[in-house]
Design a protein around this ligand. Structure first.
Ligand code: SF4
Length: 207
């Protein structure tokens, strides 16, 4: 695919340049188009290139699902760079400001690594493990569902009276999705929630 304003300049070449990867072949492409490549070359050479094991990944932030390349230091497995994946048909190498900052999500001394829990009536937060939080959520969901499960419900019968209908649901639990839930996750999540009888089920990609 060629850029319409610059015949012969492929989108991939452009993205490589944008990412600061100005190899000889790319610059040759531009020279052949009669463009002055000196400034581009100088800027590309000045950009720090991180080298390591590159693994394709998906941006964790929203349901757009932009492709990323995660670069890892071969010696210690430490993430040293995260950039847009030029081969992804979704974002073609680009990332929005949030996705472009994914590196800071992973490599950040301020990142929380424990669950923060504030007990009912308490005035302070406690650190808990993820296993503890998962067990507590599961047990509260079961307790709430057992206490508020509707096997049948009276509904209008259209003649001014009511009729008992089998509904198998609960109105006591709601599920609100977040920004990192993609289509696959949402599909399985709604299966789980509907299996529990939850009817208040919503996802919003950018909360
Ligand atoms: S947060 Fe931005 S970069 Fe990440 S998937 Fe969504 S649009 Fe793409």
């Amino acid at each position: 695919m060629s850029d319409s304003s610059s015949p012969g300049l492929t989108r991939r070449t452009f993205l490589k340049l944008s990412a600061g990867v100005a190899g000889g072949a790319v610059l040759a492409d531009l020279k052949a188009l009669g463009l002055d490549t000196r400034e581009i070359r100088a800027r590309a050479l000045a950009a720090p290139l991180k080298q390591g094991k590159e693994t394709p990944s998906i941006c964790p932030y929203c349901a757009v699902g932009c492709g990323q390349i995660v670069t890892v230091e071969a010696a210690n497995g430490q993430i040293i760079d995260i950039q847009g994946n030029a081969d992804s048909p979704i974002n073609q190498g680009t990332l929005c400001p949030k996705g472009a900052a994914t590196f800071q999500l992973d490599v950040n001394p301020l990142r929380w690594t424990t669950v923060k829990y504030r007990a009912p009536g308490s005035d302070h937060w406690e650190d808990q493990t993820l296993d503890w939080a998962m067990d507590r959520i599961a047990s509260l969901v079961k307790q709430t569902r057992d206490a508020h499960f509707n096997e049948n419900q009276d509904m209008p019968d259209g003649k001014g009276g009511t009729v008992s209908k089998r509904v198998m649901n609960t109105y006591a639990i709601a599920s609100l999705g977040g920004a990192t839930m993609d289509n696959e996750w949402n599909y399985i999540h709604q299966k789980l929630m509907h299996g529990l009888g939850v009817v208040y089920l919503e996802n919003q990609a950018r909360i």
